[in-house]
Design a protein around this ligand. Structure first.
Ligand SMILES: Cc1cc2nc3c(=O)[nH]c(=O)nc-3n(C[C@H](O)[C@H](O)[C@H](O)COP(=O)(O)O)c2cc1C
Length: 435
């Protein structure tokens, strides 16, 4: 069963305005929530088991409860940077139903005692920023934002901030630095933002989709929401499907449906005559899966057990008209360009890996280089300031492991093209690690 909670009649004309949003019950959850004890709101979110929709999949209720109690300057930051390649679901939500996000923000800030909130939106989302600006002004005029919202005693200033287009500014601490007016570089963690975040104050960072789900949780009740999806992956998820499928786009699915139902059922599969060669289940940072994995249920735990991850819910399908080398080159080009350079394993590792794939293409490589590439990915993973380095190392390690034979054939063919010595004439390679 595919329930539509966030995308329910999402294309209704005028849904970006309060009158149309309210006609279908919009801001009803906010009215209800403002009459509840704040702690009860967080309890509902906890009961819903809602996992963050931005990439890491951390439970929202748990993260909110890490914030210190009491009166102090605390912040909520909505991550609308949407920079993970293949992800474009937050754009549609903000463009078509901005008040659902604003309503989620008001409810969450009331539950956590926060009076200052920011939406950090990626620079390229100019239209969505304009729509959000208009929606914020409309909500202020209606008394849903500002001082003493609907007489509840809760006040909230919501500010929209436009980024300048950098992948690292989607990483929560890079985002906070950027929001403070600095260069967007990740911070060493701990302390985590919930303890020391924006302007050194406790800060809750959540994704657009995560916060937009909060009104539904209040309307349904957390326990009811938790019944949708699977035990470890409650609810519905917006997924962005791109690449070699006949009907790419954003879809709302119940977590746990077979991945094949998404790629073939909803999206029509690859063009006739083509086969799925590999697919990224959660954006370009996720280790690739193969056609044989298509029957896996699409949920956080199953994909993690299969050695990959659900990430931001961006499925990128690659058919058999593409080479593994071409995919690896594109992935490494992106991450080497976007590495902020603050830490060595990421700065050097992403650039070096990209150059290694160029070396394969130009006919200078030998199969031993694949061993070195694999070994370097292992040295990047877990050793960076943030997971940008891992975000390249994970898919690249999976491509090298799963398409080894094809890459070796590419090496041989490229050597032939470049008139390099045939591999068989070279001395035996010494395996990596053998001294
Ligand atoms: C390099 C990098 C880029 C990221 N980009 C985004 C992004 O564009 N949007 C987002 O919501 N989370 C992104 N994240 C994850 C955030 O750091 C953070 O986990 C998330 O905003 C928390 O919200 P959630 O718990 O609601 O998912 C990124 C993480 C990394 C390491």
């Amino acid at each position: 069963m595919n329930q539509h909670l966030l995308f329910d009649r999402i294309d209704e004309p005028g849904l970006n305005t309060i009158p149309v949003y309210e006609k279908r019950g919009g801001y009803g959850a906010m009215r209800r929530a403002l009459a509840m004890p704040p702690a009860a709101i967080i309890e509902e979110i906890k009961q819903s088991s809602l996992r963050g929709r931005g990439g890491a999949g951390f439970q929202m209720g748990q993260k909110a409860s890490f914030l210190p109690q009491g009166e102090m300057a605390k912040y909520l930051v909505c991550n609308a940077d949407e920079s993970e390649p293949g992800t474009f679901k937050d754009r549609e939500l903000m463009q078509k139903c901005p008040h659902m996000l604003i309503e989620g923000i008001v409810i969450t800030t009331f539950g956590t005692g926060i009076h200052h909130a920011f939406i950090y939106i990626r620079g390229e989302y100019q239209l969505q920023a304009q729509i959000l600006e208009a929606a914020i002004a409309e909500a202020e005029a209606a008394g849903y934002l500002g001082e003493n919202i609907l007489g509840s005693g809760h006040s909230l200033k919501l500010v929209l901030h436009r980024g300048a287009g950098a992948y690292i500014c989607g990483e929560e601490t890079g985002l906070l630095d950027s929001l403070e007016g600095k260069r967007g570089n990740p911070r060493l963690k701990p302390p985590f933002p919930a303890i020391e975040g924006l302007y050194a104050g406790p800060t809750l960072v959540n994704n657009v989709e995560t916060l937009s789900t909060v009104p539904t949780i209040i309307n349904m009740g957390g326990a009811e929401y938790a019944k949708i999806g699977t035990e470890g992956s409650a609810g519905t998820k917006l997924i962005s499907v791109s690449g070699d499928v006949q009907r790419p786009g954003n879809y709302e699915i119940e977590l746990g449906i077979p991945s094949r139902e998404i790629i073939y059922g909803l999206c029509g599969g690859p063009r006739p005559g083509r086969e799925v060669k590999m697919w990224f289940p959660g954006g370009s940072s996720s280790p690739v899966l193969l056609a044989e994995d298509l029957d896996l249920p699409y949920d956080f735990d199953t994909l993690a057990k299969a050695g990959s991850m659900l990430g931001s819910g961006a499925i990128i399908v690659v058919d058999d008209s593409h080479s593994a080398l071409e995919v690896a080159r594109k992935v490494t080009k992106f991450y080497s360009h976007e590495s902020c350079g603050k830490c060595v394993p990421c700065r050097e590792g992403t650039n070096w890996t990209h150059k290694m794939f160029a070396r394969i293409e130009s006919g200078e490589a030998t199969p031993m280089d694949l061993d070195i590439v694999a070994s370097v990915q292992n040295q990047i993973m877990g050793n960076c300031l943030c997971v940008l380095g891992d975000a390249m190392a994970m898919p690249i390690a999976s491509i090298v492991a799963k398409f080894r034979a094809e890459l070796e054939a590419e090496i041989e063919a490229a050597r032939e093209r470049a008139n390099a010595l045939p591999l068989a004439t070279l001395p035996q390679a010494i395996p990596v690690g053998a001294h």
